[in-house]
Design a protein around this ligand. Structure first.
Ligand SMILES: [Fe+2]
Ligand SMILES: [Fe+2]
Length: 128
């Protein structure tokens, strides 16, 4: 469902590998969501989304360090986009998830994937 595609590649190996992992984590959450044989899957999915948030923070740090090492001109605005993303992910309220859990989580995964794809194509690819 969610995966790294060639058109997302920046040509910077470290960044591409980390993006690949972000898509892998998003996809793992999706596979869990649609697997009716996994009991208590919502807690498990929340854990995966938390892992995605944490890995995003790590990835953003690496990317920002890389941009700084190049004296990349758009570092400041790029950093602001990363911070905004983390803020959005932190706002998710999983505690009050009751009805339509599946739809809500699917909506979250769609948002995360769309953000990643757009950010990579429109911003990360400019770094190289
Ligand atoms: Fe970025
Ligand atoms: Fe990135």
């Amino acid at each position: 469902m969610y995966e790294m595609k060639d058109e997302y590649r920046t040509g910077i190996d470290m960044i591409d590998k980390e993006h690949e992992k972000l898509f892998e984590i998003t996809n793992r959450a999706y596979e869990t969501l649609v697997d009716d044989f996994i009991p208590d899957k919502y807690d498990y999915i929340v854990d995966i989304i938390t892992e995605l948030k944490e890995y995003s923070i790590t990835h953003f740090q690496h990317e920002e360090e890389y941009m700084a090492s190049l004296n990349y001109k758009k570092l400041f605005s790029h950093k602001a986009m990363h911070a905004e993303f983390i803020e959005k992910v932190e706002e998710y309220d999983f505690v009050n998830l009751d009805e339509n859990q599946k739809d809500v989580i699917f909506g979250i995964l769609e948002f995360l994937n769309d953000w990643l794809v757009h950010h990579i194509i429109e911003n990360d690819k400019l770094i190289s």
